[in-house]
Design a protein around this ligand. Sequence first.
Ligand SMILES: *Cc1c(COP(=O)(O)O)cnc(C)c1O
Length: 396
Amino acid sequence: MADVSDRVKSMPPYLFSVIQKKKKELEASGMDIIDLGIGAPDLPTPAFIIDRLVEETKKPNNHRYSTYHGCTEFREAVAAYYKRCYNVEVDPETEVLTLIGSKEGIAHMIMAMMNPGETALIPDPGYPVYRSAVHLIGGDSVYLPLDTSGSYEPKFSEISRETYETTKLMLLNYPSNPTAATTDFNTFLKAVTLARQHDFSLIHDAAYSDLTFKGYKAPSILQVEGAKDVAVEFGSLSKTFNMTGWRIGYAVGNKAMIKALSIVKSNMDTCQFLPIQKAAAEALNSDFSTVRESIAIYEERMEIVLAALKEIGITVEPPKGTFFIWAPVPEGYTSSGFAEKMLVDAGVIITPGPAFGPSGEGYFRLSLSVDTDRLKQAMERMKTFYTKGVQEWIKK
Ligand SMILES: *Cc1c(COP(=O)(O)O)cnc(C)c1O
């Protein structure tokens, strides 16, 4: 048997693949499963982006390797987007890097910044990639507690001075996956101040920055004066433009961090297919009307879910961002017990909160990325589950 590395051996299985396996088994046994565990949009990529991809794909010059740090058109589109949306100036040559999705970018940035044995502060609950990436390079994760009473703001004051002094990197993510929490400029100001004071670097994962509701506009950490001295922000086309499978994102901010990331990456990959970068530039340079259309769809779905949850006694504040609902499990259940019950007895997949860290216990995440009919059906099943328990009728 191949003897794989200790770091790989000690990796917990990626929770989402465990659930997908269980789903397949139940479907094979004839059950109709509604998957509200998915962390990706169900909506199609807007046509104008596909059109540009097709056009660029026909040009032989675009069939070659891209430059390592990405084509100029894409990096300039990112810089123009920062100027337009946040009034932040960034140099597309030295402060912007093209990524093959922000997930690889974040993981490789952790590799570029940390030595084995060093510490990263990561949000709890938070996106599981942060912890896995720190583990894979032999670093230690320390949980940054979030205010679980509702705001999910970082509780910076609960971290000791010693921990701050040994911290190499702090990760933040607003609007948040999984909690759908949003934040304001002041939180970023505090984070930047702490980073300067204790000499650590900051990563802000802004994967949902443009999926916001009801007039809320998510701030960029780079709007904080001096943020570029300590921080890099990661953006992605995946959720904003329904482009998860295209694999395109970007890193923006501190020159030294961007440089370090590009050194790691240039030894591992050779950037993204040029037509994808150009189509993504087209998206970022657009008027974002397609993004507003997606938002309207998520808002409609959100109302269905929030109303149904209310009927069964779960009150959730309407989120101001992402396409997730983060809700408490009913009394008498653990998160995983409830998720298991919902899957086996109601045929609905939800994600148990602890998949995102220990503070997720007592909560579940539900995704709004299924159409309204299916969503209504899922909520009906959930309601019936609450009142009657096991449902024979879901078995086809
Ligand atoms: C989806 C997601 C990402 C990764 O997006 P890609 O750009 O597709 O790699 C990063 N962070 C969070 C919090 C996400 O939910």
